[in-house]
Design a protein around this ligand. Sequence first.
Ligand code: BG6
Length: 490
Amino acid sequence: MSGKFSRRQFARLAGLAALGMAATPANSANTKQNRAADRRAPAGFPKDFVWGTATSAYQIEGAVNEDGRGRSIWDTFAHTPGKIGDSSTADRANEHYYRYKEDVRLIRDLGVRHYRFSVAWPRIFPDGTGAPNPKGLDFYNRLIDELLANGIEPYATLYHWDLPQALQDRVGGWQSSDTSKAFADYAGYVAGRLTDRVKTVFTLNEAGRFVNFGYGWGIDAPGLKLPTAELNQARHHVALGHGLAVQAIRSQARAGTRVGPAENIAACVPAFDTPENVRAAEMATRELNAGLLGVMLEGKYTDGFLEYSGKDAPKFTADELKIIGSKNDFVGLNIYAPQFYIAASDKAPGWSVLPFPGSFPHMNSEWLRIGPETIYWAPRLAAKVWNIETIYISENGTSSEDKVHADGKVYDLDRIMFLRNYLRQLHRAVAEGVPVRGYFLWSLMDNFEWIFGYEKRFGLYHVDFDTQRRTPKLSAAFYRDVVARNAIGV
Ligand code: BG6
């Protein structure tokens, strides 16, 4: 090495070499290693595998008072002091309502051809029911046309938590089956107008999350802490809303429209892979999801669920169960973290939930425990328990402490680590014949993260919420590569 090399230059070169970026003789000395790497065939996905990204209306649109939009329970909640970590609101969020063309280009730049967005119910029916607001629907017409013009297939979710406030005020929101019926009317109305271009419709996003967090624990909008019996009843109305919506969509949508839920399945993972633990995790999957996904897919509550709920069990009719069990064309599963590690047990019911040690690792969000195998086991067990033929991973992704560096880049290596490991496990599932047909990465860009406000970032694109500047993170390049190769490397 020339004596003129300063320590600083040396350190810089050493750093680049560590990144594998220095096209210097040092690199050619590595050719043996490179050849070995070439031999490690990447894990390829089926030719028609769907690679997408996802967002939701309230988290990105902003424009809360534009074009006749009604108020949602999240507007009220976010404006209630003390509810949002950084005291922010989504009044502006990503201004996607005005910047949607730019955002569609961001999707296109990823090479992604599938995009899951949500329709804001209060834009379509500002009062929840009654007179529709054509200007609200126009926004989604513009968005869909822009997506299609860019070669991107739209997937619409009808409910991503932004319930019209009017319904909360009038009937107590999901506490009343009037809301289930209103949801079906809205779903049918939207399906009748968008399914000439939107072929896949998700009914409810994460019913389990919004009902438990919103009506049980008071953490999310509308911030209620209902007693168990009332919470179980609200959950039943949510399931009923899904079933009624499936029927309304089928009656008003174009032929060939596919419909299903996007549920945050209570993800059960065998503590380790033995036939006994796998069988135990299967049983646990059925019982721990009996209140929503189970009843949607079986048209009945399990005996275990009814016994466990006892006097707090929901009240229902046989007709309602039939509606709830209306056939879906697919099941969307949002998979982030392992929720329950399960082991076989000698005692009834034959399985037990293991406690998490305090040292269990998590990502930037504390709730987001790292368990890549979850995206293998949850769809595999769900497909087995309910005989599901088509599954989409309707959400997966992570928050990360993203910073724009002096060079203008965001080096979100922890997100890449997370995605690489989850996608390897997803590949394992697909290779073994688990019927997962697609994957939607959460999220296209940083957004309003509910009770965390703008403190948590899940995007492939960094968003500066003062300037609205979008910057691709390193993970955007990573995902672009996965999509382009239709494969995940080692
Ligand atoms: C999913 C939701 O549960 O998790 C998304 O469908 C949400 O809307 C994401 O953004 C992250 O959740 P949180 O609670 O960390 O904001």
